[in-house]
Design a protein around this ligand. Structure first.
Ligand code: IFM
Length: 451
C-alpha cells in the first residue's frame, strides 16, 4: 500500500495576481502585471486580473474550503505593490494588514501558511527603473523582504523567495509575452542574474532576523532528444541548460552551465565572481514546480536554444499542450539529488489544466483527467521518496481556477471550480479526491480512481 510519512506537508498553491483581484485596493499602486494586462492584445480574450477569483474579498470562504479539504498548508504569494506601492520607500500598512489577516486566519484553522515573496507581479514603479535588469533590484527585493519578515516572521515557519525565475525571464525578456514585454537576450541575462542575487540577498536578510526555513522555487522540465542525431542532442543539451540548469547550477555549484555561452551568444555579460557567493548562500529547502517534460529537435528558427518541441503520438496532453508524463517527475527528483546533493524538497506546484464540465444538478464537477493527473504524480512523488529523495511536501496547483497569465482564465488548473461570472466556488471531484488522499496519507493512491 502506498503511504506517505505522517508529517508530509499536503497543500495547495495560488499566487496573488492570479487570484486576488482588487489590484488597486487599500492604497496599492499598480504592478507591472496590472498595466500589462490592460494593454490591448496582451492577454487572451482581453482579460485582466481586476477581479480574478475575488480572493481579496472572499478569502475567509477560501480558508473554509481549505479546511474542508483537510489541507495542512497553503502556498500563496504576497503582492509587493500592496505592501510597498512604489516598490521601495513608504510601507502601506493596509497592504500588510491584508496578509496578516490571512496568515492569522490560516493559523487559526490549523493550516500552515507558506508565502512566496515574489510570484511575478513587480511594482510598476520599479519596472520604470529597469526592473530586474537593474543591479539595484536585489537590494529593493531584500528591503521589501525585510519589511515582510519583520511583520510576519514570528508566525511563519517556511518561506519561498522567488517563483520560477526561468519563466519570469524567458516569457518577459526573451519572448516578450509577459511584462516587461521585451525580446532582448542581453537584458535577459542581467535579469536572470539579478533575480538570483535578489534571492541570495533575501535569504541573507532572513538569517539575520528569523530562524525558520527559506528556499527558492524552480520549475523543471526534463528534456529528451527527438532522435540521436548530434543536432538534436545538442539542441536538447542547450534547452536543458537554459531551462533546468541556468538557475540551479549557480545556486548549488557556484557557476553557470557552459552551454549558456551558445544560448546567449558572444554578447553575454560577465558577472563579478563575488556574486556567486551571494547567490549560493545556503537555503533550507528547494521548491520544485513540475508539470511536464519536452522532446526536442533542432530547429534553426527557434532561438535562443534552437530547439522545437515534438509531440509524441499516443501521449496525453493537457489543455496547455503539455504532455502528461509523471515518470519525468521521478526523474527530476532523482536528478536533483544526484546532481546537487541530498536536500529537502517540496513540490511547490504540480497540476493539470483540463476542460471541465459545468456543475451537474447536484453541483458535482466531474474532472477525471485532473484527478488521475494528481494520482499519477503523487505516485511519482512516492516512488522518488522510495528511491531516497527527501521530498517533504506537495502543493497542488492550483487551489482555485484562476487567471493563467497571458492565457486568461480559459485554462483551468483548479481543484476548486470558480464560476467565471459569479465567482462561486465548487469543489471538483479532484478536490474531494485530494481530501481523501490527505486523510489517508496517500493510502488510496494505488486504487484506480472510479469514474
Ligand atoms: O499558473 C502558473 C503559475 O503561476 C506558475 N507555475 C505554472 C503555473 C501553470 O502555468
Amino acid at each position: 500500500m502506498t503511504s506517505f510519512p505522517h508529517d508530509f506537508l499536503w497543500g495547495a498553491a495560488t499566487s496573488a495576481y492570479q487570484i486576488e483581484g482588487s489590484p488597486l485596493a487599500d492604497g496599492a499602486d499598480p504592478s507591472n502585471w496590472h498595466l500589462f494586462a490592460h494593454e490591448p492584445g496582451r492577454i487572451a480574450g482581453g482579460e485582466t486580473g481586476d477581479i480574478a477569483c475575488d480572493h481579496y474579498r472572499r478569502w475567509p470562504e477560501d480558508i473554509r474550503i481549505m479546511s474542508e479539504l483537510g489541507l495542512r498548508a497553503y502556498r500563496f504569494s504576497l503582492s509587493w505593490s500592496r505592501i510597498l506601492p512604489q516598490g521601495t520607500g513608504p510601507v502601506n500598512a493596509r497592504g500588510l494588514d491584508f496578509y496578516e489577516g490571512l496568515v492569522d486566519a490560516l493559523l487559526a484553522a490549523g493550516i500552515q501558511p507558506v508565502p512566496t515573496l515574489f510570484h511575478w507581479d513587480l511594482p510598476a514603479a520599479l519596472d520604470e527603473r529597469g526592473g530586474w535588469t537593474n543591479r539595484d533590484s536585489a537590494g529593493w527585493f531584500a528591503d521589501y523582504a525585510d519589511v515582510v519578515f519583520r511583520r510576519l516572521g514570528d508566525r511563519i515557519r517556511r518561506w519561498t523567495t522567488i517563483n520560477e525565475p526561468w519563466v519570469i525571464v524567458d516569457a518577459g525578456f526573451v519572448h516578450g509575452v509577459h511584462p516587461p514585454g521585451l525580446t532582448d537576450l542581453n537584458l535577459a541575462a542581467h535579469a536572470s542574474h539579478n533575480l538570483l542575487r535578489a534571492h541570495g540577498q533575501a535569504v541573507t536578510c532572513y538569517r539575520a532576523q528569523a530562524d525558520g526555513e527559506i528556499g527558492i522555487v524552480i520549475n523543471l522540465e526534463p528534456k529528451d532528444p527527438a532522435s540521436d542525431t548530434e543536432a538534436d542532442l545538442a539542441a536538447t543539451r542547450r534547452a536543458d541548460a537554459y531551462m533546468n540548469r541556468q538557475y540551479l547550477d549557480p545556486l548549488f555549484l557556484g557557476r553557470y552551465p557552459g552551454e549558456l555561452a551558445e544560448v546567449f551568444g558572444p554578447g553575454r555579460p560577465e558577472f563579478p565572481a563575488e556574486d556567486f557567493a551571494l547567490i549560493g548562500v545556503p537555503m533550507d529547502f528547494l521548491g520544485l514546480n513540475y508539470y511536464t517534460r519536452s522532446v526536442n529537435r533542432y530547429d534553426p528558427e527557434a532561438p535562443p536554444v534552437f530547439a522545437a518541441q515534438v509531440r509524441q503520438p499516443g501521449a496525453e496532453y493537457s489543455d496547455m499542450g503539455w504532455e502528461v508524463h509523471p515518470e519525468s517527475l521521478v526523474r527530476s527528483l532523482v536528478w536533483l539529488k544526484e546532481r546537487y546533493g541530498d536536500r529537502p524538497i517540496y513540490i511547490t506546484e504540480n497540476g493539470g489544466a483540463f476542460p471541465d464540465p459545468e456543475p451537474d444538478d447536484q453541483g458535482r464537477v466531474a474532472d477525471p483527467r485532473r484527478r488521475e493527473y494528481l494520482r499519477l504524480h503523487l505516485l511519482a512523488v512516492r516512488e522518488a521518496i522510495d528511491r531516497g529523495v527527501d521530498v517533504r511536501g506537495y502543493f497542488a496547483w492550483s487551489l482555485l481556477d484562476n487567471f493563467e497569465w497571458a492565457c486568461g482564465t480559459d485554462k483551468r488548473f483548479g481543484i476548486v471550480r470558480v464560476d467565471p461570472i459569479t465567482r462561486d466556488r465548487t469543489v471538483k471531484d479532484s478536490g474531494w479526491y485530494y481530501r481523501d488522499v490527505i486523510a489517508g496519507d496517500g493510502d488510496i493512491l494505488d486504487q484506480e480512481a472510479l469514474e
